[in-house]
Design a protein around this ligand. Structure first.
Ligand SMILES: N[C@@H](CCC(=O)N[C@@H](CS)C(=O)NCC(=O)O)C(=O)O
Length: 367
């Protein structure tokens, strides 16, 4: 697999995803069902993280399984952990938890990262074994779905264990699939009604925010970080920060509006402090996965260092901490060890020695 992410002009280009089906009662093959579909994710990857947060917000953790790849992506792509013992000895229920059984409590502390080698195989810490096919590599999953497949083996993957194929590998579509009310019948009764992340009356606004946030922020950090010419990098990093300023302004206006309504009751303000209108929507989910990685990784690894979120963007900083500290679906799916180790050890072109910076301390500040 090519080590390069940029084209000849030095610009980063993201490939177009190949599997684009949906899951619906009206689909001839892919009908909603409990424990039939699985998400293959990396906890490091912002695109996969969207899917993991959505699965949890929609109370689908006991309905859709999660397999977490090892954080290190080498020249053969993503890999799984090996089964140390018989597969039968592993309780499959562990795959039906918020983060696929990966313990993330420890990830909040700064560990002696130097002692963790790239080929570490700490089960349920570095990743999961693949319970469905016992594959070693994500590439095998793609080849099983389509023996002719010859593009990149990306996460997230939404897998159908009944027909043994990939339903969809485009995160923006996977999160719309998971948002469908057709899943509600499988949600445990004690969870209450599930949240609609794209309510009809806000859909146009959500789509329009998503579009420029994707092009300029979600993908913007990659376009700056993977640029292979100074000209391309400078253009992208300037554009990225101009768009962070834009989102900061939107959040500032939202905060001022809420302040007029709720005065100095910050607890109440935070309950409604979201990007589009007063409620949590897909736009928050999609922006969050980039902003939570910004200070720990993108500032130094992708050279996005005009300022940090914590120093330069008070409203974005409040918004990201509010989601992290006040919502389990965000906090329990955010694993700073996977995030930091992945980026700094998987891109030899950017960080040839693979030394992982220990800061910032802490990875995210308290609220
Ligand atoms: N358009 C895809 C992009 C996913 C993507 O680029 N994932 C990266 C990880 S952050 C990946 O798996 N890369 C592996 C590779 O390119 O070989 C989506 O949003 O689902």
């Amino acid at each position: 697999m090519s080590k390069h992410w940029a084209n000849k002009a030095g610009d980063f280009k993201r490939q177009v995803s190949s599997f684009r089906e949906v899951i619906s009662a009206s689909h001839p093959v892919f009908k909603p069902a409990a424990r039939r579909y699985w998400l293959y994710v990396s906890l490091a990857c912002p695109w996969a993280h969207r899917a993991l947060i959505t699965r949890s917000l929609k109370n689908l953790t006991s309905v859709i399984g999660v397999v977490v790849v090892h954080w290190n992506m080498d020249d053969k792509g993503w890999r799984f952990l090996k089964y140390p013992t018989a597969k039968a000895s592993i309780d499959e229920n562990i795959y039906f938890t918020v983060s696929g059984g990966i313990d993330n409590v420890a990830s909040q502390e700064v560990k002696p990262l130097a002692s963790i080698p790239n080929d570490s195989d700490r089960l349920w810490i570095d990743g999961n074994p693949d319970p469905l096919n016992q594959f070693e590599r994500l590439s095998q999953l793609y080849k099983k779905a389509d023996p002719e497949y010859n593009a990149r083996y990306t996460v997230p993957v939404l897998w159908d264990s009944e027909t043994n194929t990939i339903v969809n590998n485009e995160s923006s579509e996977i999160i719309r699939i998971l948002n469908s009310p057709e899943w509600d019948q499988f949600v445990p009764k004690d969870k209450g009604p599930s949240l609609d992340l794209v309510p009809k009356n806000l859909e146009t606004e959500i789509d329009s925010i998503n579009e420029w946030v994707y092009a300029n922020i979600n993908n913007g950090v990659y376009k700056a970080g993977f640029a292979e010419s100074a000209v391309s990098y400078e253009k992208e990093v300037n554009n990225l920060f101009a768009n962070l300023d834009k989102v900061e302004n939107i959040l500032k206006q939202r905060y001022i509006t809420l302040q007029k309504k709720y005065g100095s009751d910050e607890k109440q303000i935070l309950q409604y402090f979201h990007l589009v209108d007063d409620q949590l929507t897909e736009a928050d989910v999609r922006l969050y996965t980039t902003i939570v990685r910004f200070d720990p990784v993108y500032v130094q690894h992708f050279k996005c260092n005009f300022t940090t979120i914590r120093e330069g963007y008070p409203y974005l900083h409040l918004w990201v901490r509010n989601l992290y500290w006040n919502n389990d679906s965000f906090r329990l799916t955010t694993n700073f060890n996977h995030i930091k180790l992945h980026y700094t050890r998987s891109h030899p072109l950017i960080n040839p020695l693979g030394i992982t910076p220990l800061g910032p301390k802490p990875h995210i500040l308290p609220l």
